[in-house]
Ligand binder design. Sequence first.
Ligand code: SAM
Length: 241
Amino acid sequence: MDVNELKEEVAKIEWWHRIDLGYGIVTPGRGNNFKTLPALELPDDLTGKTVLDVGAWDGFFSFEAEKRNAARVLATDSYSWYGEGWGTKAGFELAREVLDSKVEDMDIDVLELTPEKVGTFDLVLFLGVLYHMRHPLLALEKVFSVTGEMLILETQVDMLGFRRPAMAFYPGAESHGDPTNWVGPNPKCVVAMLEVVGFKEIKVFPKKRSFPEKIGKAGQIVLRHVLQREQKARYVFHAWR
Ligand SMILES: C[S@@+](CC[C@H](N)C(=O)[O-])C[C@H]1O[C@@H](n2cnc3c(N)ncnc32)[C@H](O)[C@@H]1O
């Protein structure tokens, strides 16, 4: 395929990720992956490690793990690859071909993940998926079951004003107008869920905040008003078995 043909192929696809394909072509994704990557604190050197990217979509983070020398990378997804209208697998497949990548793929739902079906991986990436889960604790149990050493989880969080573990439930499309967003746990809730499913050591990295960490001297009425609103941000968690 020459550069013009490649440009035509790229233009046919509705991309989520911005992926540098070389030849001066960066895919026109709607996602924030270039900003998310540095926030993940992904180890620079993954030599010899096996990596599972759960909910990989166009595969940007899978290809990144491969670039960092991972011995094996498996990208899994279902909803965006074969599901109800978020996109297709065409972006992943084109990028894999153009990047001459060896990243493997499997069409599997998060709740179907088991060591028997996919094996276990030194590093599991669970990025931008938790809040799409109707059963978040069950999803984390499944993710734990296939994690050999370490999990990197990135998620939208909510309920930041609550000191106890708390999780917003979005029965409709109230979170970003997206009916596939089901939950907004606060960081304490994410940590608690990770511990409940079996992770032993957990580190928290706030990515960006839309709510002040300290409410300070705000009076009770102001506080109550503030707590009615969504208090969203994106956080990254590292968890070890
Ligand atoms: C917001 S996108 C995040 C994509 C990518 N991980 C990233 O961080 O840019 C959410 C991803 O989760 C996937 N997903 C949603 N529900 C899923 C499910 N039940 N099983 C597997 N993947 C799912 C979607 O297909 C999509 O690829």
